[in-house]
Design a protein around this ligand. Sequence first.
Ligand code: FE2
Length: 672
Amino acid sequence: MGSSCQEFQVAVRTSPGPASGTYGHLRLNLIGSQGETPPITVNEADRHLLPGSVCVVRVRAAAPLGRLLLVRLRLQARPGFPDLDWHCGGVEVRGPAEGRAEGAEPEVFLCDRWLRSADGEVELRSAKMSLLSGEPEQQLRQQRLRELQLRQKHIRWRCFVDGAPHCVDVSGVKELGPNLSYTRKSPGGELRYLRGFTGRDEAWSGFTELQTLFTLNGNHNSTARFVQAHWADDWFFGYQTLNGSNPLLLRRTRLLPAHLSVTSDMLRPFLPDRSSLEEELEKGSVYLLDYEVLDGVPANRINGKPTYLCAPLCLLHLTQQGQLKPIAIQLQQTPGPQNPIFLPSDAACDWLLAKMWVHNADFQCHQLVSHYLKTHMLGELCCAATLRQLPELHPLHQLLMPHVRTSLQINVQARASLLAPNGVFDKAVGCGLEALPVLLSRAAARLQYRSLCVPDDLADRGVDELPQSYYAQDALRVWGALHRFVVRWVDLFYTGDDDVQQDSELQLWIREIHTHGFTQSSGFPQSFQTKAEVCQFVTAVVFCSSALHAAVNFSQLDFALWMPNCPASMLRPPPRAKGTVTEADILSFLPDVSSTCGVLSALTLLSQPAADYVPLCHYREAVFRDGAPRRLVEEVQAELKAISDDITERNRTLELPYPYLCPALIENSVAI
Ligand code: FE2
C-alpha cells in the first residue's frame, strides 16, 4: 500500500421493517474535496442487505480524498432476481486513521428513504440541514443543484383545471415511487347498510324510509343523532355556519349587498324590540352567507334526470342570547319578482325548503372549495414546489414534507376516482363533472391569502369573538402553537431578514408556488423579505394540510348522515314564489335513494382517520430525532397536548361537542 493510500471503513444500514431488504447489488463510492474512490459492490459474497442489518466494507482510495463530502450509492438489479426497492437507513464512514482520535465517531450520511434501481446515482450528505449560504464547498452547492434538476425531471406540473392551482403530472400512484406513496390502515368504515340501493333511482317515499336508513347507519353516532333532532331549528342552522363541516363562509356584514332585496321593515319582526336593521348592522350583529361563486354553475344530471343549483344569499342575526339565527334567504343572486326573500315567518315548508337550498349550496362549496381547493390542492401545490425547489438539506424541506407528502397520492387517487367519470361527483353531486372546473377556477380566482391565515381570516369575517364559535376558538389556539413552532424552527437557520432575502432556493420556491397556484390579486407572497413573512406562510401551509383538513374532512359524515340536513343535489328547481310547496313535496326536491346512498358511502370512507394516522406534529423522520429539532418538537407537542386537554374538558360540558380540532385527533397531513 503506498503512503498516499487511504482506507475507510464503511457501514451501510438497511432500515428495520420486514420489507426493507433487497436482492439488488449496491454500488458505493466516496467523494471527497480532492477526488473520489472507484465504486465497489457492498453486498458481495456473504454480505446481504437484510432488514435491520449493517453491511461493513472497506473502501480504499489510491490518493487522498481531501474532506469527505458525499457518499454515492447506486442500486442495480441482480441478474436472475426480482428488482426490489431497498430502504436505506444511512451510511457511516470511519477513517482514514490519521488526524482522528482512536475510536472517533464515524461520519453519518443519513438516507432514511427508499432507493430503486431506476433512481440511478443517489448522493448522501453528512450534514442534516443547512441553507445554501451555509455550504462551504462548491461541490456541495452543485450537489444541491443536481438533486433539484433530477427532481424537476421527475415531478412536473400539470393543469387539472384551468385557473386552479396546478397539480403533479403523474397518471397513477405507482409513478410516484415508494418515497411519495403511503399505505393507510383502514379504520373499517361500515358500508353494509348503504350498499344494495343502486338502481333505486327514485325519491324517498317518505321521512319514515329516511329514518330507517338513518337508524341503521347513524344511530351509534351521537353528533349525527343531534343533527337529526335539530336540523330544522333555526338556531342549529346558525350553529352549523360556525361549527359545522364548513365553518369558513360566514362573515359579519355592516353593509347589505345591493342585490339582496331585503328591507328594514321586512326584517323588523326578527330583530330585538326597538332595534332596526340599520342599528343591528352598525352593532355588528348581522352576518351573511353568500354563495355567489355558484351563480350560473351548470348543474349535473343524475340518474338521467336534471338537477338544480342555486346561489343563495342568507342573512343571519346574532341574538342577545348569543345565538345566530337566519332571518332572510334569497335563493338567487339577481333580485326580482321570481326571486322572493324567504323569511322565518313564512309557511314552515317554505322556510325549511329555503334553508335546505342553502345547505345544498353549502355542500358544493364545502366539498370543492373549503375541502378540495383549500386543503388538498394547496397541499399538493406546496408539495410539488418543495420537491422541485428545496433540496432535502433545506430546513423547510424537512419541516414541510411530513405535512404535505401524502397529498400527492390522495389527490392522484381522487382525480382517478372521486372526481372522474362514474365517480361520486359525476353520479351523485349537484356539481358534477361539468360544474367542477367552473366552480374550482372561480373559487381559485377569488381565493385570498388572508383567508388561509387563521387570525386574519377570523378577524376579517368577524367570527373570532363569537361565544359559540368553537372552530374559531380552537383554530386560533392550534394556529398559535404551530406558528410558535415554525418561528423557532426558522430562527434555528435564519439569523435575520437578510438571510431570507439571500436564500435563492427559498425565493425560487415561493415564486414557483405563486406562479403555479395563485392570481396576482390573491395577496399570496411572490417573494419573501422577512422571516415573519416566511413563518406566516409556512404556518398556513402546515395548518391547512393538517388542522383545516381535519375540520372540514372528518366532520363530513356527522353532519351529512341525516341527508335532509345536507342534500348533495336537488331534483326540482328552486321555488320562484312562496306557498308553492307542501310538506309532502319536500322529499321530491331531495336526492333520490341511490344517489343518497352513493354520497353517504363516499363520506363514510372519507370521514374516518386511519387506524395508524400520524397526529399533528409527530414526526417519524430522522432529522427530528435529536438536537435542537427534537427540543422544538417536544415543545410544540407539549403545547398541543395542553390544547387537547382543554378541548376535551370543554367538550365534556357541551351538549354537542366540537372535537375536530382537538390536536390529538388532527392528522399531520392530507391523507384521505
Ligand atoms: Fe380530504
